[in-house]
Each structure stands twice: as C-alpha cells, then as structure tokens.
Design a protein around this ligand. Sequence first.
Ligand code: THU
Length: 137
Amino acid sequence: MEVDWPALRREAAAAASRAYAPYSRLSVGAAGVTDDGRIVSGCNVENASYGLTLCAECGLVSAFHRSGGGRLVAASIVAGDGEALAPCGRCRQLLYEAGGPGLLVDSGGSRPPASLAELLPAAFRPGDLEERRAGTS
Ligand code: THU
C-alpha cells in the first residue's frame, strides 16, 4: 500500500493539537493507516498522578480497535511542532501488536520510514505466550 506520509503527518499534528499535556507541556499526536485504508489517531493525555499518563499511541491503538481492527500498516507520531517524534519503548510494543514487524513508522520528512522490526528488534510477540506458557511443552 502506498502511504501518504504528509497526510498522515498532518493527521498526527491535528491530533497533537488536542493533547492534554499540562504537566510536560509536550503535545504528541499519533496517526496510523490500516490495511483497509482507515485513518486512526490519538493524542497524549496526562494526569496529576504522573505515572498514569497515556501516550498518544495508546489513543491510536484504542481507535484502531474501536474502528474495526485489522492490521496497522503505517504510523506517524509527531510533537506539537509537527515534527516526527520517536515512539517510546512501551509504545513500540503496543504498535507491534497492532501492526507487526512490518509496520512502518515515520522518521520525518528527510529520512525514510523505519520498520518496527528495526525499532523493536527481538520483540516479545503474542506467539511467545502460546509457545512458552507452562504446561504446553
Ligand atoms: N509521549 C507520547 O505520547 N508518546 C511517546 O511515544 C513518547 C512520549 C508523551 C507522554 C507524555 O505526555 C509526554 O509525551 C512527555 O513524556
């Protein structure tokens, strides 16, 4: 699938404009496209109890499932300035489950997108549960 990165980045920037980030004052927006062409997005939501903060990617993944699931093909995460932001480690794991190792993540306009296989090598996969849980070998 051909990914319209500028459009995805614009969608992520629009989501960032809705961020609730009064503590860090770093607005973040995440937008993704699914294998059937849906655009889904989310923004970060902070909390006075700091550790409860929801990253923008959490909102994206929630919107992905709410709107029908499938497979996430590409994602752009941007800060309030509209520039690409590297997803945190936890969110790489979240994105992995929605898109798998082939999911492409925006690296900004001047660099090619990176696959999740590059961003999260040797990932813990859903299959590890089946293969490794007690009493199955
Ligand atoms: N943040 C995200 O929304 N996604 C990331 O991948 C990195 C960090 C947010 C969480 C918090 O509201 C703010 O950025 C500062 O850490």
